[in-house]
Ligand binder design. Structure first.
Ligand SMILES: Nc1ncnc2c1ncn2[C@@H]1O[C@H](COP(=O)(O)OP(=O)(O)OP(=O)(O)O)[C@@H](O)[C@H]1O
Ligand SMILES: [Mg+2]
Length: 303
């Protein structure tokens, strides 16, 4: 089992979009890899995206699995071959049962899931998020702007305070704006954010996700949120999601089967675990790759 948490204290940076779509791309790239999505949130986007039919009132959800200390009986097979756990109607009760931050990891260990678990967290740093950070082998921290960079700093500090390895977190640029088209020089904000991240020595994914009106309409549409893979093929974000999934497979040590060139390039770019100082060196050395990726992914083929 490998556990991936998507976390930021900043709302609306694309956590749920990344969690749900990454699950779909991982399944598409690796059909033999079971993928389970667990939303530690009371928004029901995950349920609406994955449930094969509308969930009956009274359907057992995360709260029931939590009480039983095993998710085995609440895991459902969903759309796109992705498994999910129905969201709890509210998180207040769960939070009360999550004071020990190691609880979720124990629950996952007892659930005997042989694959990847993706945890979508709420935009807070409270008990359930702390449980996700403890449970995770890798934490993806979306950064879309200065405010989310500041919030990323809080998350890194929280990992340190909890004596968790800050190196298990990776920044992912999301909602990258394409208005500053043509040259990197036009993208002052990204330059600034990338520079700040490099200076702090935070590891970062090579891939980034562009802001796309098409993607926004898929997810904010009424009814079932639609997958980027099935409904936005041919867009930059589709290629980027695929690149991210390949990178994540390598990053989780699952990249041998079926991972493409993007994954191998990414493997070289992702800063390996270890102390903070080598991270800073690694982050600096991949800045050239980042510029190349930015140009390739955002500007060459607008959607
Ligand atoms: N690549 C994208 N391009 C355009 N819009 C996007 C993209 N990714 C996400 N969005 C939109 O941004 C909004 C926030 O996305 P999402 O719900 O995934 O963020 P979140 O971090 O999970 O938010 P919350 O903190 O409320 O849980 C949604 O309306 C979504 O459709
Ligand atoms: Mg969300």
């Amino acid at each position: 089992m490998r556990v991936l948490a998507i976390s930021s204290n900043k709302g609306g940076v694309g956590k749920t979009t990344v969690a749900a779509n990454l699950a779909i791309y991982l399944r598409a790239l690796r059909e033999d890899l079971p993928v389970l999505v667990v939303g530690l949130d009371d928004q029901n986007t995950i349920d609406r995206m994955f449930a094969l039919s509308p969930l009956e009132p009274g359907t057992e959800n995360l709260k029931h699995g939590w009480a039983r200390r095993s998710l085995a009986r609440v895991i459902q097979l969903g759309q796109y071959g992705v498994h999910f756990v129905p969201s709890p109607p509210d998180t207040a009760l769960l939070k009360g049962r999550a004071e020990d931050p190691r609880t979720l990891r124990r629950i996952l260990d007892r659930s005997e899931w042989e694959g990847v678990v993706i945890l979508d967290t709420k935009s807070d740093l409270e008990a359930l998020t702390a449980n996700a950070l403890f449970a995770a082998d890798r934490v993806i921290v979306p950064v879309a702007d200065r405010a989310s960079l500041v919030e990323a700093g809080k998350l890194f500090r929280m990992l340190e305070r909890a004596q968790l390895d800050p190196d298990k977190a990776r920044i992912l640029f999301t909602l990258v704006d394409r208005r500053s088209r043509g040259t990197l020089e036009g993208s002052d904000l990204l330059h600034l954010l990338a520079g700040e991240i490099e200076r702090r020595g935070w590891p970062r994914y090579h891939t980034f996700l562009a802001r796309s009106p098409r993607v926004e309409s898929l997810i904010s549409a009424r009814g079932r949120p639609q997958s980027i893979l099935h409904h936005a093929k041919g867009t930059a974000v589709h290629r980027q999601m695929r690149g991210l999934a390949e990178e994540v497979l390598v990053d989780l040590g699952l990249g041998d089967k079926g991972a493409g060139d993007g994954a191998r390039a990414a493997a070289a770019a992702v800063v390996p675990g270890g102390s903070r100082a080598p991270s800073a060196v690694g982050a600096r050395s991949d800045s050239v790759d980042w510029k190349a990726a930015l140009l390739r992914g955002v500007w060459r083929r607008p959607d």
